[in-house]
Design a protein around this ligand. Structure first.
Ligand code: GLC
Length: 739
């Protein structure tokens, strides 16, 4: 890189403007554009740029945000959306799409949950990989974000996420690990927050030791917009591109270089990574089309929405007959809530609503009343409430469209609670008082409490479905589409039941991830807590049976097989889920965790045997002691289910594991030592005459259990053996055990 002046190289580690990178004439590198977002392109004119979705942007297809896309549990479909997004980016001259958003939904109050996939890292990783592969198949880059542990909006640019290392690895980093190691995203976006005391943009352990060295990330690390506090420190930590560029930072980096405080090797590495991506984007743009197929992408958005809708409950009222006597209440039926606010906000090529499609299906204009305002600061028109109640009183089935307005949840702030707006709940109560034949249809970006679920005939969770979601909802209500969506986040009975409740959103001293591994269903299950609707739940208009569950091991890899039968009277799609648990373990374990899923579409009466692989690395836990992934030997329970709490069959399998040999030492405990056959053999001579050798009868207590946690170093005082003698005995044991 000798032919590029060092100042030009430093300049390339910062943006040219809000959305563009610098050209580098000396290296024949053009300027490229990067822009949002995860569920549709937000391309702005540079003069009107912002990173919170307030300014205008060019029309693009608004696909279902991640909350909806994830509810499809459909890798292929998510991949298709990625391809379409890549096509649109290419047509609009964008080299990198700033998505997917893939932070774990630690707490339903996070204002940005609509933009993320799940409370579970497995489903997040699987679907994020499909998305990235889809976009990048079009020679357009992606930017999995926000790396890492950015799980709230409150004080997001400073708050210190305090996460124990095992939880960090297994819950908050693992989906990123999969995306990086499986798809090589062109960029990764580092987050605003601190992580365990260090600003992420300056966190060398995260950006270099883990991301680049351990995972082999070859792309560039771009900052979130405004996440860099000091570019020199950030470059040293492994950040490669500050967006947007802060001119003072660039000047300071040049000064640091000239003062010998920033070495050229660091600058060259960042320049190499950035220039490589610029070249890939430039090459990818070579055959860029002038436009994209608006109608085909809209149709894809609708298909994705159809698969995203989750039927939570249904007493049989659904599907509706075409000529059903229904009235429609709720502004969301006419003015859909179809995406979230903030940097992901798309200017859709078109926007359909449910009401028009319901009228089309019915062949008439159905009675409609808005009922309430969808904006927290704009009251409903006078009489809207009573008008809606009066309409409901007239009888027929009430299709009641409720949800969260755009201002209720957003990038940049969290929710204080997870209730539906009070005026909507009041309307629901007054409607139920005059008519119990009610179907609730929800539009929301993250879980809301549904205390009314057992008072209404059905609840349809529509999440946020993008520009074509309205008709998809109408088609599901009428059974023109058989719903197959499944929850990727738990719907709790109470906010106080959420495992992170007491530790969200923290305070100026930081946010403690005190629930550790027990986030989402992992926590509810461990506490035996009731939930309104569990992770993985979603009904169909048909029914399925799961039988003949088997699990076989080949080495440490497990293969699960299950036969699924459509026992109903219409075709349907089922997402089969595999949950793994380890009854006996040397480490803390959650009750069960998702480690595989597959979907199958079956005609009435049809059966299919589904095989799901659970590779060894899915069984591994992060050993903080060994600083490595470890597959524990022993028995694993494999449960197959229609949700995390509707387990339909179980099998067990035993594997060797690959736990690293840990030699016994003086700090090992009696329990650990006695588990080692070579030690157990010699224990009686070693312990003879000491209280450790007493048998239980004479002591009347479980001596072995009492002593299990006793460190061997303490034996010296009880056995008359010196510490050196003990150590040499342990050396013999270790030698025998293959240390
Ligand atoms: C925003 C978001 C990020 C987005 C970026 C550019 O603040 O956190 O997701 O890609 O800035 O708009």
């Amino acid at each position: 890189m000798a032919d590029v002046p060092v100042n030009s190289k430093i300049a390339l580690t910062g943006g040219l403007d809000f959305w563009h990178l610098h050209p580098v004439p000396e290296a024949d590198l053009p300027s490229i554009m990067v822009t949002d977002g995860p569920h549709g392109l937000r391309k702005q004119e540079t003069s009107a740029s912002d990173h919170v979705g307030l300014g205008a942007s060019e029309p693009a297809t608004c696909f279902p945000p991640a909350v909806g896309l994830a509810s499809t549990w459909n890798r292929e479909l998510v991949g298709e959306v990625g391809v379409a997004l890549g096509e649109e980016a290419k047509a609009l001259g964008v080299g990198v799409v700033l998505g997917p958003g893939m932070n774990i939904k630690r707490d339903p109050r996070c204002g940005r949950n609509f933009e993320y996939f799940s409370e579970d890292p497995y489903v997040t990783g699987e679907l994020a990989c499909a998305f990235v592969d889809g976009v990048q198949s079009q020679d357009v880059g992606t930017s999995p974000k926000h790396f890492a542990a950015n799980n709230q909006e409150t004080d997001r640019m400073r708050r210190d996420s305090q996460v124990d290392l095992r939880t960090l690895r297994e819950i908050y980093l693992d989906a990123f690990r999969k995306v990086v190691t499986r798809t090589q995203p062109w960029t990764v976006m580092c987050s605003y927050n601190k992580l365990n005391g260090v600003q992420v943009s300056e966190n060398r352990w995260l950006l270099t030791d883990v991301l680049k060295d351990e995972w082999g990330f070859e792309g560039l690390v771009v900052s979130d917009w405004g996440a860099v506090w000091d570019r020199t420190r950030a470059l040293k930590a492994g950040l490669d591109l500050e967006m947007p560029a802060n001119p003072q930072h660039e000047a300071a980096a040049v000064a640091a270089y000239e003062a010998g405080e920033l070495d050229e090797a660091t600058i060259d590495e960042a320049y190499r990574r950035v220039s490589r991506i610029v070249r890939m984007a430039a090459d990818g743009a070579a055959d860029a089309p002038e436009s994209f197929d608006v109608d085909a992408h809209h149709a894809l958005g609708r298909r994705a929405a159809e698969h995203a809708i989750v039927l939570l409950s249904n007493d049989g009222v659904l599907p509706l007959a075409q000529d059903a006597d229904v009235v429609v209440i709720g502004e969301f039926a006419r003015t859909p809530r179809y995406q979230g606010a903030g940097s992901s906000r798309v200017n859709p090529t078109r926007l359909d609503n449910a009401l028009d499609r319901l009228n089309e299906i019915a062949g008439r204009d159905l009675p409609f009343a808005p009922g309430f305002s969808t904006h927290p600061r704009k009251p409903a028109p006078d009489g809207a409430h009573d008008e809606a109640v009066e309409l409901a009183r007239q009888g027929g089935t009430v299709l009641l469209f409720l949800g969260l307005g755009e201002a209720h949840e957003s990038e940049g702030y969290d929710r204080d609670d997870i209730n539906l707006p009070a005026e909507q709940l009041a309307l629901l109560d007054d409607i139920l008082a005059v008519n119990s034949d009610v179907v609730v249809v929800l539009s929301n970006g993250s879980s809301v409490l549904v205390p009314f679920a057992d008072k209404v005939r059905a609840v349809v969770e529509g999440w946020l479905l993008g520009q074509a979601g309205g008709p998809a909802l109408a088609d599901v209500l009428h059974g023109l589409v058989n719903p197959s969506g499944k929850l990727t986040e738990t719907i709790p009975v109470r906010l106080e039941d959420v495992p992170s409740y007491v530790n969200f959103p923290g305070d100026a001293t930081g946010v403690r991830y005190g629930e550790g591994l027990f986030v989402g269903y992992r926590g509810y299950d461990a506490a035996g807590r009731d939930v309104a609707f569990p992770f993985g739940h979603g009904l169909s208009y048909t029914t399925f049976e799961h039988s003949d569950v088997t699990a076989t091991a080949s080495g440490n890899d497990v293969t699960v097989s299950v036969t699924v039968t459509n026992t109903g009277d219409r075709e349907g799609r089922e997402v089969v889920q595999v949950y793994v648990s380890k009854p006996e373990s040397a480490v803390v374990r959650v009750p069960r965790e998702l480690k595989g899923f597959a979907d199958v579409t079956l005609a009435p009466g049809e059966s299919e045997t589904v095989t799901i692989d659970v590779p060894a690395d899915e069984l591994a836990y992060w050993s903080v002691l060994d600083e490595a992934w470890v597959v524990e030997g022993g028995e694993y329970r494999i449960a197959v289910g229609a949700s995390s709490r509707d387990l339909r069959g179980e099998a067990s399998v035993t594997i060797e594991g690959d736990a690293p040999f840990r030699p016994l030492g003086l700090s090992s405990t009696m329990g650990e030592a006695m588990a080692n056959p070579a030690f157990a053999e010699m224990a009686s001579t070693l312990l003879g005459g000491s209280p450790f050798a007493a048998d239980d009868e004479s002591l009347g207590v479980d001596a072995a259990r009492m002593m299990a946690d006793f460190p061997l170093a303490g034996l010296a005082g009880f056995t008359g053996r010196s510490t050196d003698e003990l150590q040499s005995l342990l050396d013999q044991v270790n030698a025998k055990s293959g240390a």
